[in-house]
Design a protein around this ligand. Structure first.
Ligand SMILES: Cc1cc2nc3c(=O)[nH]c(=O)nc-3n(C[C@H](O)[C@H](O)[C@H](O)COP(=O)(O)OP(=O)(O)OC[C@H]3O[C@@H](n4cnc5c(N)ncnc54)[C@H](O)[C@@H]3O)c2cc1C
Length: 294
């Protein structure tokens, strides 16, 4: 669909007109991300039901319209120019059903809600259940993949499917849903039996991470046997600033937004870190951050 922004937004609005949800035309994405960065999406749509989310994704696929689903926006960098397509936001999809074997949650159910229900290994990780599954969110105590029993998705042929955990291709900060960019429509979970207080974990995170400033958590995956933050510190880039984006002084694998950072500033810092670490250590830093290209 080769449309300009205004016509594109109106065409999308028309495409989703009969679906239950809230629509915002040409809505800046920055406020919907923890980085506070990103220009407008042609249409930002908040489906009110999982069926509407699936149907919106299906129609976007059929019309070959670029689309993205976001939850907490805690791992995503949108371009300054914005997103020429549809962004589906899951914040209205927060239902949870207790089952004999565990829980079934909608994709917008917050991670902190899972932590409150016993998933202590993710204490302090912001975002939604859907985003956590896509990213296989985890901490040094474990990853969500160990607790997922199945995931409901929409296959490219337009059919709904329940994928058992063994077929979700979970790996370090990735999954089938990230690789193939498939929607996560619902998540089955079996929570850990061990009960643990999260106070100590949260205090440790406050001590070691720059939580007072907007960021998207760790930018890079830790390479095998090494820490990305340590490597960036060793090449002398801790504290490096471009515009209002800065490699955190507190944790060099975080880039923080000091006020009005642009996506291009963040991308320049990413490139600087990758180039220096490659040159000095011969190690390739791969992105954990989900960068949406202009
Ligand atoms: C301060 C801070 C600390 C963090 N600490 C950690 C940590 O310790 N461990 C860790 O793993 N992560 C951490 N993160 C990153 C982030 O919290 C996780 O990656 C989280 O799982 C992101 O969830 P989200 O809902 O915000 O995803 P989003 O940022 O909204 O989306 C991330 C990706 O998933 C896709 N997506 C989201 N929802 C869906 C859906 N329903 N269907 C299909 N695709 C979807 C998006 O398109 C995007 O590609 C941290 C982030 C911050 C800001």
């Amino acid at each position: 669909m080769a449309l300009d922004q205004r016509d594109g937004a109106l065409a999308l609005l028309e495409l989703l007109r009969d679906l239950p949800g809230e629509a915002r035309l040409n809505e800046p994405l920055a406020p919907y991300t923890t980085f506070r960065i990103g220009g407008p999406a042609w249409l930002l749509f908040f489906p009110k039901t999982v069926e509407a989310l699936a149907e919106a994704a299906k129609r976007a696929n059929a019309e070959k319209i670029p689309y993205r689903i976001i939850g907490g926006g805690a791992k995503v960098l949108f371009p300054d120019e914005g997103f020429p397509g549809l962004v589906l936001h899951t914040r209205l999809l927060r239902r949870v059903v207790e089952q004999e074997e565990g829980l079934w949650v909608e994709p917008g159910f917050p991670i902190f809600g899972l932590v409150k229900r016993g998933l202590w290994v993710l204490a302090g990780v912001p975002g939604s259940a859907g985003g956590a599954v896509v990213m296989n969110a985890g901490t040094r105590y474990g990853s969500i993949s160990s607790y997922v029993t199945s995931v409901q998705t929409l296959l490219p042929d337009g059919s709904l499917a329940i994928i058992p955990r063994e077929e979700c291709r979970f790996s370090y900060r990735s999954s089938l849903f990230r690789e193939k960019r498939l929607p996560v429509l619902g998540v089955g979970l079996k929570l850990p039996e061990e009960v643990r207080s999260v106070e100590g974990i949260l205090a440790e995170r406050r001590r070691t991470q720059p939580l007072g400033l907007p960021s998207a958590g760790c930018i890079f995956r830790n390479p095998e046997g090494a820490s990305a933050g340590w490597l960036i510190d060793q090449v002398g880039l801790k504290g490096r600033r471009i515009g209002d984006a800065q490699i955190s002084e507190k944790h060099a694998n975080f880039i923080v937004n000091l006020g009005k950072a642009h996506a291009k500033d963040v991308l320049s810092l990413i490139e600087a870190a990758q180039t220096a670490v490659q040159r000095i250590f011969g190690i390739t830093l791969s992105l954990e951050l989900e960068v949406v290209l202009p």
